[in-house]
Design a binder for this molecule. Structure first.
Ligand code: HEC
Ligand code: HEC
Length: 322
């Protein structure tokens, strides 16, 4: 009851206060019916549970038809999807996290199933079906007998095996009795300028879920937003430093210092201001040779594609920047 009043109060505030959200061209205002359909949270004490009832026995065929394909007939499934068993194992060497072993309140199970399951058709179960299936799932972990009937009053009374297992001790700090993290922000030696080191291509981020205008979900539709890629995703060019590693230039040339051949920045310094340096070095690179820096020759690098040779020489002459 209080919830619909709250929703009404919020709507009223919006109307009276004439708060107009900017129109982003996405969606439309929610109707009171839609708000009611989503405003379904259930509290540990049962507040928010709707009328209705169901027994574990009634839940069995429903579970078999709508849940067993993924969670297994006995809720055993694999580790990821097991929802039964494991009670009391959380502290053992082989903890099995299931709703039976981890939840502290059975109402959470009701809420989750109602809201999220079956995975492919969430919110499709009626209140009666949800009570029955919840009872059956609890029965699979021997928490309630097969003839248990769950409803608004009996469900909150189910005592989950892990009721006392929750602790506030794991938080680093405590804020009003609840755990929270606590740290002191380090404000020393901070970066002066923020450098964006990598970015997702804009087209990719916009279209990673396909063209939203073609997405015909019944809720939160974005039919006005076209996100068709405007251009094909560009191939990411390899950085010169990567090419240098790929072709093993860096095996013989340090960035600053000599290894077998001169350091890249030594080369840049030597040819600084020489207009024909790029052409000369390109030829030298392809042919190999000795004499400019000493008697050790550089083997010919003609196997490196011409475009990459050019990229490398330009990069070296620019002082091999990061
Ligand atoms: C198509 C496969 C599929 C079907 C059918 C299905 N589920 Fe699930 N269920 C999942 C997946 C996947 C998850 C894990 C979801 C996640 O982690 O976000 C899950 C999670 C759950 C959980 C939470 C488990 C936990 O440890 O927190 C419960 C409870 C549950 N399902 C119950 C049901 C019930 C009851 C039904 C039938 C009404 C059902 N499921 C039908 C796939 C399915
Ligand atoms: C096996 C070692 C070796 C490898 C691999 C190598 N170099 Fe060299 N490089 C040398 C040596 C030695 C010299 C000095 C040659 C000289 O004295 O003329 C040199 C010289 C150079 C010069 C200067 C040439 C000049 O005349 O001043 C450039 C530019 C150069 N290398 C670029 C590259 C690039 C780019 C690659 C990778 C595609 C590469 N090198 C791979 C050994 C190597």
């Amino acid at each position: 009851m209080w919830k619909s009043e709250l929703a009404a109060a919020i709507l009223l505030t919006l109307a009276v206060g004439s708060v107009h959200a900017k129109d982003y061209g996405i969606g439309r205002p929610a109707t009171p019916g839609e708000i009611a359909a989503w405003d379904t949270d259930v509290r540990p004490d049962g507040l928010g549970l709707p009328k209705g009832k169901g027994s574990a026995a009634e839940g069995e065929p429903l579970y078999e038809a709508q849940c067993a394909s993924c969670h297994g007939s006995f809720g055993e499934s694999n580790d990821y999807m097991a929802i039964a068993g494991g009670v009391g194992t959380l502290k053992s060497d082989a903890p099995l996290r299931t709703v039976g072993s981890k939840l502290d309140y059975a109402t959470t199970l009701w809420d989750y199933i109602q809201r999220a399951m079956p995975f492919t058709a969430p919110k499709s179960l009626t209140a009666d079906q949800t009570y029955a299936i919840t009872a059956y799932v609890l029965h699979l972990s021997n928490i309630v007998p097969l003839d248990a009937v769950l409803d608004q009053n009996t469900l909150p009374q189910v005592k989950m095996p892990n009721r006392e297992g929750f602790t506030l001790k794991h938080g680093l700090g405590s804020v009003k009795g609840k755990p929270d993290v606590q740290n002191t922000a380090c404000m020393k030696d901070c970066e002066k300028t923020v450098k964006v080191r990598s970015e997702l291509p804009a087209d990719f981020t916009a279209s990673m879920y396909g063209d939203l205008s073609q997405d015909f979900r019944s809720i939160a539709t974005m039919s006005k937003v076209s996100t068709t890629p405007t251009k094909p995703a560009a191939a990411v060019a390899a950085s010169p430093a990567k090419l240098s590693a790929q072709y093993a230039c860096s095996a013989c040339h340090g960035i600053a210092n000599k290894v077998v051949g001169p350091g890249m920045r030594e080369i840049a310094a030597k040819y600084k201001g020489h207009a024909d340096a790029e052409a000369k070095l390109l030829a030298k690179l392809a042919a190999g040779g000795a004499g400019a820096w000493g008697s050790v020759p550089m083997p010919p690098q003609a196997h490196v594609p011409e475009a990459d040779r050019k990229t490398l020489i330009q990069w070296i002459l620019a002082g091999a920047p990061d």
